[in-house]
Design a binder for this molecule. Sequence first.
Ligand SMILES: Nc1nc2c(ncn2[C@@H]2O[C@H](COP(=O)(O)OP(=O)(O)O)[C@@H](O)[C@H]2O)c(=O)[nH]1
Ligand SMILES: Nc1ncnc2c1ncn2[C@@H]1O[C@H](COP(=O)(O)OP(=O)(O)O)[C@@H](O)[C@H]1O
Length: 200
Amino acid sequence: MKAAHKLIVITGATGTGKTTVSGYLRDNYRIHRVMTHTTRPARTGEKNGVDYYFETPASFATKHFIEKVTYAGYEYGSSHESLEKNWTKHPFLSIVLDTKGAITYVRELPKEVVVLFLTIDNPTVLKDRLLSRGDDPAMVAARLKSPEYKRDLTLPNELKPFATVIKNDSWDEAREQVDQFMKTLALKSCVLARIDLEQK
Ligand SMILES: Nc1nc2c(ncn2[C@@H]2O[C@H](COP(=O)(O)OP(=O)(O)O)[C@@H](O)[C@H]2O)c(=O)[nH]1
Ligand SMILES: Nc1ncnc2c1ncn2[C@@H]1O[C@H](COP(=O)(O)OP(=O)(O)O)[C@@H](O)[C@H]1O
């Protein structure tokens, strides 16, 4: 793996805009998202292989995960194979994870991982965002009561050295912060790519 390869881990509480940011990186910077697996049922409009690999508990158990977590009663996991396969084609990748998974990635890949932590000043609007996204109201209620949701509202200490905080009260402001982050990352990666070349 080359030092210039970067994995942008996008994390934060449910509804804060992780999927929106990963879509923005794909559309504006051609940054491909590493797909993860879940036993959660697909929401209206979500597709297998596009949003997640949707698994049954039995099929989930057959996969080889770098890490897996339980979030609001369902299982989620990401594999080494998926990451390595994508890295051969794309030097920059993104992955959307809860903060527990993000901590595993900064431990495993401290040179490659950079973290975007999504947050908003007033989390009470998150319920409306989830309902407007079309989530089932009972699922929203269960999710907002979960310990994982409460935990992911705060940036964990382990992630602080790796993290850029993106405040997403307004998408215009969040987008500017993401663009600024990408400028800095591109500059750092140019320097690292040069070191990779010099070491050949
Ligand atoms: N650790 C870990 N977290 C994941 C993985 N895939 C998704 N997640 C996280 O699981 C949480 C729940 O995801 P989801 O049900 O799609 O809800 P959302 O956050 O409201 O879009 C989110 O924090 C995701 O970032 C994974 O493979 N590993
Ligand atoms: N700044 C914003 N203002 C209002 N709605 C937003 C904003 N950012 C994202 N959304 C919407 O809020 C919902 C949740 O965002 P999403 O990216 O799916 O969050 P997450 O992946 O973190 O759960 C989506 O319907 C999205 O379009």
